[in-house]
Design a protein around this ligand. Sequence first.
Ligand code: UD1
Ligand code: CA
Length: 479
Amino acid sequence: MLDAAVPPPLVAAVVLAAGKSTRMRSRLPKVLHPVCGRPILAHILHTLADAGVGRRIAVIGHEAETVRGAMDTYFGAGQLEYAYQTEQKGTGHAVQMAEGTLTGFAGTVLVLAGDTPLLSADVLKLLLAEHAQTGATATVLTAVLPDAGAYGRIVRGEGGEVLGIVEAKDATAEQRKIGEINTGVFAFAATALFAALRDLKPNNAQGELYLTDVLGLLRDAGRTVRAVVSSDTDVILGVNTRVELAEIGAKMRARILRDLMLSGVTVEDPANTYVEAGVTVGQDTTLLPLTRLAGRTTIGEGCVLGPDANITDSVIGDNVKARACFIESAVIGDRCKIGPFAHIRPGSRLESGVRLGNFVEINRSSIGANVAAGHLTYLGDATVGAGTNVGAGTITCNYDGYAKHKTVIGENAFIGTHSTLVAPVSIGDRAFVAAASAVTEDVPPDALAIARQRQTTKEKWAERRRTEKAIQSGSEPKP
Ligand code: UD1
Ligand code: CA
C-alpha cells in the first residue's frame, strides 16, 4: 500500500486560556495583548494551523466573551471551537472542560497553554511525529534549563523512562534539582486522556486538578508515557508581566526579521526595524532603519523602504521607494516614489509610477499612473487621472462643514501651484488650472481656467510712497 493512502492521524488541540493574569495589571485579558501585532492567543492558534492541526479548541473562562469575540474577529467565526471553564481549578480541570466538545473523537489531543507565543510549528510537528511513531499514550514536550525555577520537573526512572511530573511547589529538595522541565505541551491519545482526567485528585500544594498528574496515572495503568526534549527553550516563555511581553516581543521580532533576511530581504539594522507577524516582504527589498511594517501588509520585490517608513494594512507593489512616511490601508502600485514626509490615508490607491513628495497628504483618493504631486498638497476624496501634474500647494476643499465632496481631475491635466479646488468640482483631461486659482466651477477638457484676480501693476508706486513718508516726517527719503 502506498504511504499516501494512509490517512494522517487526526489531531485536535486544546489551548488553555481560562486563567486570570493579575500580574499584567491590565483591563485587557492577557492572551489578547499583542506581540508583534498579533494577540498572544492568536499566535498559538496560527502556529497550530501551520502545524496542520485540524481542530482548535480554546478553553476560556476569565473574560471569556471578550477573548472569544476577539478570536472570532481575528480568524472568522466558526474557525475555532470553545470550551468554558468558569472556575479555574487547575490545568487538569481545564482540559476536562473540553471533553464534551471532543465527544466521539478518538485521535490525538494536543494540549498547550495560551500564553507562550514563541512556540513554533516545527516543535509541534516534532512532538506529533514522535508521538505517532512511538505509539505512546502520552508524550510530553520537555526542555532542559540551567535554572528550572517554578516549572514542573520531569521525574525519570533508572532506565530513563518517564515516571511522571512533579510540580515545583510539591517537589522534594532532591526533585527540585532536576533540570528537565515540563513545557506544558503534551500529545495524548484522546480516550485514555479523558479517562485518566476523571481520576485526578486535588491532593497537592495548590489544591488544584493538575494535568501533569495524568502522566503518572497513565503509567500506573500500564500505558506508555514518553518525553521529547525540545532544543528550542523559547517554547516555554510565557507572558505574565509587561516586562515579559516586551522581552518575548523582542525575540519574536528578531525571529521575523531573521526569516525575512534568509528569504532574501535586506535589513540594514535589525535592532531598529519592526515587522509584525504575518507581513510578507518580497525578494531584494531593502528595509532601512526605523521602518515599521504592521498589520495585514504585503510588500513587493525590489522596494527600498525607509528610513522611517510606517506602513500598516497596505499592499505595496514592486520597486517602490518610500521614506519618512505613513501609509495606512492603502494600495500602492509598482515604481511609486513616496516621501519624505508624506501621509497616505485609508482608502487610497496609487497606480504605478506615482510620485508624492514633501508634505503631501492623500485621503480616500485614487491617483492614476505617473501622477506627480511633489510638494505641500492635500488630495481628499479625489480621483486624479494618469499623467496629471499637481502643483505645489494644491488643496482639495472636500469638506463644507457638513459633508465630503468629490474632486475629479482627468488625465494629463496640469494643476498650477497653490490651486484651491472647491469640491464638488471636475477638471477635464489635458486642462490647465492657472497658478493660485480658486476653482469653483467645472473645467472642460483642454481648457485653461484662471480663477484669481488679474494682476494690477502700479508703476513708481513705491518711490512715491517713500517720498510721501519723508515729507511727513521731515527727513530725507530712504534710498
Ligand atoms: C504548568 C504546569 C507545569 C509546567 C508549566 C509550564 C501544571 C499543574 N503545571 O504550571 O508543570 O512546567 O505549566 O509553563 O499543569 N489554566 C486554565 N485553567 C486553570 C489553570 C490554568 O485555563 O484552571 C491555563 C492558564 O491560563 C495558562 C495555562 O493553563 O495559560 C497554564 O497554567 P499556569 O497556572 O500558568 O500553570 P503553571 O503553574 O505555570
Ligand atoms: Ca498554576
